[in-house]
Write a protein that binds this ligand. Structure first.
Ligand SMILES: CC(C)(COP(=O)(O)OP(=O)(O)OC[C@H]1O[C@@H](n2cnc3c(N)ncnc32)[C@H](O)[C@@H]1OP(=O)(O)O)[C@@H](O)C(=O)NCCC(=O)NCCS
Length: 138
């Protein structure tokens, strides 16, 4: 397991999009979306190390993409991004590949739960698990 790293999370801007695309190219498990929606960006020593794309509608959030540079995984960057994201909505929803052990571990560590499954959701035939939670108290 990697050592924890010092992570700064900020809001994404359009100038980040080429970096998002480069990260997605290194992350086959990530969704392909790069150039849209609000984003949070994780920086380590001034370099973008990960990002989350999301949208919030009527108080509920949907995570559209999440990726961390493979070279700095398991250092708390995914958790820092999700920790900054969670307060932005009362409840979060997302889909994840059924075999994506790392992402599933991350979402479960945040108290999210499987609420459904979509057979052959991805173009390669893999099923998606639907996660929701954790509901914040008002
Ligand atoms: C999923 C992902 C974002 C996690 O990022 P990360 O920075 O490595 O995650 P963190 O270091 O913050 O890990 C937080 C927790 O998630 C879980 N986790 C992370 N990686 C894991 C793995 N390989 N196996 C099992 N659990 C894992 C653990 O509970 C971990 O806590 P711990 O290290 O104290 O045990 C990263 O692996 C990634 O970018 N994967 C490719 C893209 C992807 O799958 N995106 C999600 C699409 S839905």
């Amino acid at each position: 397991m990697a050592e924890p790293v010092a992570v700064v999370v900020r809001h994404g801007v359009e100038a980040d999009w080429p970096v998002f695309r480069a990260l997605i190219a290194m992350c086959p498990e990530a969704a392909r979306w790069a150039d849209t929606y609000p984003a949070l960006v994780a920086e380590v020593e001034g370099r973008v190390a990960g990002f989350a794309l999301y949208r919030v509608v009527a108080g509920e959030g949907e995570l559209l993409n999440l990726a961390v540079d493979p070279g700095v995984r398991r250092g708390g960057i995914g958790k820092a991004l999700m920790g900054a994201l969670m307060p932005l909505a009362e409840l979060w929803h997302l889909e994840v590949r059924e075999g994506n052990v790392a992402a599933i571990g991350l979402y479960q560590s945040l108290g999210m739960e499987v609420v459904g499954r979509r057979e052959r959701y991805y173009s390669d035939g893999e099923a998606a698990l639907l996660f929701s939670g954790p509901r914040r108290s008002a």
